[in-house]
Design a protein around this ligand. Structure first.
Ligand SMILES: [Cu+2]
Length: 64
């Protein structure tokens, strides 16, 4: 499944890296794209949307 999530707190590449790492910890083979200007995280993963959201929240970010 491919999920698109808006994470308004993303401000820089450091935020993008933190979110990417937390999602890779969840599923190492996930494909993750973080677009800093639009603050959109695209995740291609077999993990449920709920778990993806939780990983982003645990990394310290809120999802819109
Ligand atoms: Cu940042």
């Amino acid at each position: 499944m491919t999920f698109k999530l808006k994470v308004p707190d993303i401000a820089c590449q450091g935020c993008a890296d933190t979110i990417t790492e937390s999602l890779l910890a969840l599923e190492p083979s996930a494909k993750i794209q973080v677009d800093v200007p639009t603050k959109i995280v695209t995740v291609e993963s077999t993990v449920s949307l709920e778990n993806i959201k939780q990983a982003i929240i645990n990394a310290g970010y809120q999802i819109e």
